[in-house]
Design a protein around this ligand. Structure first.
Ligand code: TTP
Length: 200
């Protein structure tokens, strides 16, 4: 029987969630944090923002391997929350988290995640995104304050984490759950397949 050649996935991310999620593929994973400028032009559409930033992150790591012979695929990702045409990134402080959660409670918002894959051998680049709709329950200022005090909102787009105690404030979702957590696994596995890497 021919053993399938295993190629390394280079995850261009500092996000512990993404690191944990990509390991579910049971493929060799290397983490290489990319330090890129995450600014974007005003009025850029959400899908374009997440695709552009995912590619920027992946490209920065790919550039570090131009001279070596590493046979792998670099994966970059970016997640934003969109409510009423407003883009919510990670909150800058607790007050910002309060502003975001007051806006999101009792309503439905969109979560966009972009994924970029760069094949180091062929140079082929793929960039796609997914969108998930999330509906939050009604929250009082006191409940939001207690949630912020838990520390969970701090490093998350939209100031909540569906995978943590934030699960209790989400009523329903439509679309991919992992897209909300920061890495849409079914989309990523499809993209890897296109580059010749079979997860299953
Ligand atoms: C909405 C939501 C976001 N998030 C997280 C995923 C991302 O880590 C973060 C969005 O910030 P990003 O800028 O996409 O990612 P990051 O800075 O954490 O990591 P890196 O750029 O190095 O890859 O929000 C959750 O963990 N749970 C959620 O429910």
């Amino acid at each position: 029987m021919l053993l399938q050649e295993t190629r390394t996935l280079l995850l261009a991310s500092s996000s512990p969630r993404r690191q944990e999620l990509i390991r579910t593929f049971q493929l060799p994973v290397q983490i290489e944090v990319s330090h890129v400028d995450e600014s974007y032009a005003p009025l850029t559409a959400p899908n374009e923002i997440v695709e552009e930033l995912a590619l920027r992150k992946a490209q920065a790591v790919a550039n570090n391997h131009l001279a070596d012979s590493l046979d792998g695929v670099v994966v970059g990702s970016d997640t934003i929350v969109v409510f009423d045409n407003q883009i919510l990134n990670k909150p800058v402080d607790d007050q910002d988290a309060m502003r975001m959660l007051m806006m999101l409670q009792s309503r439905t918002h969109q979560v966009f995640s972009g994924v970029a894959c760069i094949d180091l051998k062929s140079g082929k680049r793929l960039v796609k995104h997914r969108m998930t709709e999330v509906t939050m329950r009604e929250l009082s200022v006191e409940q939001i304050s207690r949630y912020i005090a838990s520390g969970e909102p701090r490093d998350k787009a939209g100031a909540y984490g569906i995978q943590g105690i934030g699960a209790t404030i989400v009523v329903s979702i439509q679309g991919c759950y992992f897209n909300v957590v920061g890495l849409p696994l079914s989309l990523l596995s499809e993209m890897l397949k296109e580059l010749g890497v079979d997860v299953l």
